[in-house]
Design a binder for this molecule. Structure first.
Ligand code: AMP
Length: 477
């Protein structure tokens, strides 16, 4: 369904770096199209938010029910293009609203009249496939006749086949499993109208690129291809040139304001000091949820064991953890029943848990793209986050690459001292005591006693006792 209008030939580029639209270096035609898109991005926001896209009342109601008021920049730029049926290359990270940017227009264009799948989304991990499928289901609340199915390795093949037989409109899957179903004829792609490659650079990094290319080769001649990627390595550019037709190009760079929500720091140390440093950082830097990235499965286990020995509640996510347990682990992290997760890059890919306040790079990531993906696990849903990188003296020369990749300085820091750790423990204790003291379901006497205790301790230690607001307390609960 590449019904690109002739006048739309060429591509358009929207770069929202530092909240500004940067200059396009492309051809005249590109600039013309670019200007059109830029205008639509910069227009004063219509109070109706999503209504300017020509969405159905049912979809507008679903979005209103979900509390979406205004489209995000990538949605503003991508939705009009996708509603026209254009191919599109989008450079954007998770957390920008990119799932809705493709899911909403593709759902809206679905006729629901075909017995065969109309939309196929390829995602690098089971977790991301499940998340995207859930998003499609949520957005199609107003179209109950539409069926969405997630297919990924590690889950029952039979039930996937049965669901596919019953009829599915949107399939979201990992490349390997999608290819298996296509090869054995249980997934018929001859009716596909749109294909989305989500986190294409991750699929490349995980070695799925041949599978992805095989799938692209099997697509019907008339189809729309949408490619999203956080970074644009050459191989992804090649794919895009080869399989996408005159795509709209959209780049959403993290705005400076948003980027600054994540503070990047690094500590230089010898390998042998890492465990000790980790324990100290965990004591001194209080984060809501913590993910520790290690390079190998073996290191995740060593780190988890030593943290457990130090009294922390820890979960591990690596390639050896079976699928059903991985889902449980992610759920525990989401709910806060476990606060620290030790993971390998591959296992934590696509992990979307809002309450991650701290990412510790226990080992240097393999490259700057891996760093971008790791730190993308924090600072989600408008929250702030911290990223701390452990490096050995020899690894210091790679820090510049990482700084360029995130467009921010990675500040050096020292291993937290005893004084800092004590101060942090004190802060936590004070917060907990204050929470107890201001809790409404306590007998008055007990509250008064606690408040007096806090005052006294504060005087003795010469620290400021309050006031502590409820919202502040909740963040630490
Ligand atoms: P994504 O970048 O697709 O991972 O989306 C990040 C989060 O933003 C998800 O939890 C979405 O539900 C949410 N989201 C996406 N678009 C909007 C919007 N226009 N308004 C509010 N929340 C949104």
């Amino acid at each position: 369904m590449t019904n690109t209008p002739a006048q739309d030939s060429g591509s358009c580029s929207v770069d929202l770096s530092m909240s500004e639209i940067s200059e396009s270096t492309a051809s005249q035609t590109t600039e013309e199209v670019f200007t059109t898109v830029v205008e639509s991005v910069e227009e004063p926001e219509a109070p109706s938010g999503f209504s300017e896209f020509g969405f159905s009342d049912a979809l507008l109601k679903t979005l209103a029910d979900k509390g979406y008021k205004e489209p995000s920049p990538i949605q503003k730029a991508a939705i009009p293009e996708l509603m026209l049926g254009r191919d599109l290359v989008g450079q954007a990270q998770t957390g920008t609203g990119k799932t809705a940017a493709f899911a909403l227009p593709l759902l809206e264009r679905l006729q629901g009249d075909s017995p065969l799948p109309s939309v196929l989304v390829l995602a690098p991990t089971r977790e991301l496939a499940m998340q995207v499928a859930e998003a499609f289901k949520a957005y199609s609340a107003g179209h109950p006749h539409l069926n969405v199915l997630a297919i990924y390795g590690g889950s029952d093949f039979r039930s996937q086949i049965n669901a596919l037989r019953r009829g599915v409109d949107v399939v979201v899957g990992t490349p390997g499993r999608v290819m298996d179903h296509m090869r054995q004829g249980t997934l018929n792609t001859s009716g596909l109208r749109s294909l989305v490659l989500d986190e294409a650079d991750e699929m490349l990094r995980m070695g799925f690129i041949d599978d992805v290319e095989w799938i692209l080769e099997q697509l019907p001649e008339e189809r729309q291809v949408v490619l999203f990627s956080a970074t644009m390595p050459n191989e992804i550019r090649r794919l895009s040139k080869r399989y996408l037709r005159e795509p709209a190009e959209i780049t959403i760079k993290t705005k400076e304001k948003e980027a600054r929500r994540i503070r990047h720091r690094c500590i230089t140390m010898q390998n042998s000091h890492k465990i000790e440093a980790l324990n100290r950082v965990l004591e001194a830097v209080t984060g809501e949820g913590v993910i520790i990235f290690a390079r190998t499965k073996a290191i995740t286990l060593t780190v988890a064991e030593s943290l457990e020995a130090a009294g922390h509640d820890v979960a591990v996510l690596n390639g050896d953890v079976p699928q059903n347990q991985r889902e449980r682990t992610v759920e525990r992290l989401r709910k806060g029943t476990v606060n620290i997760l030790v993971a390998t890059d591959v296992a934590a890919r696509g992990l979307d848990v809002d309450r991650i306040g701290l990412v510790i790079n226990y080992d240097m990531p393999f490259d700057s793209e891996a760093y971008v993906h790791r730190i993308g696990r924090t600072g989600r849903a408008g929250r702030s986050g911290e990223a701390i990188l452990f490096i050995t003296p020899r690894e210091r020369r790679f820090v510049g690459n990482l700084e360029r990749a995130v467009g921010q300085a990675i500040e050096p820091m020292d291993i937290p001292s005893n004084a800092e750790i004590n101060q942090s423990r004190l802060d936590r204790l004070r917060t907990r005591l204050s929470a107890e003291a201001t809790s409404e379901d306590k007998p008055e006497e007990e509250t008064a006693l606690l408040q007096e205790l806090i005052q006294r301790v504060a005087q003795e230690l010469e620290v400021e006792p309050g006031p502590v607001s409820y919202t502040h307390l909740r963040a630490h609960e």
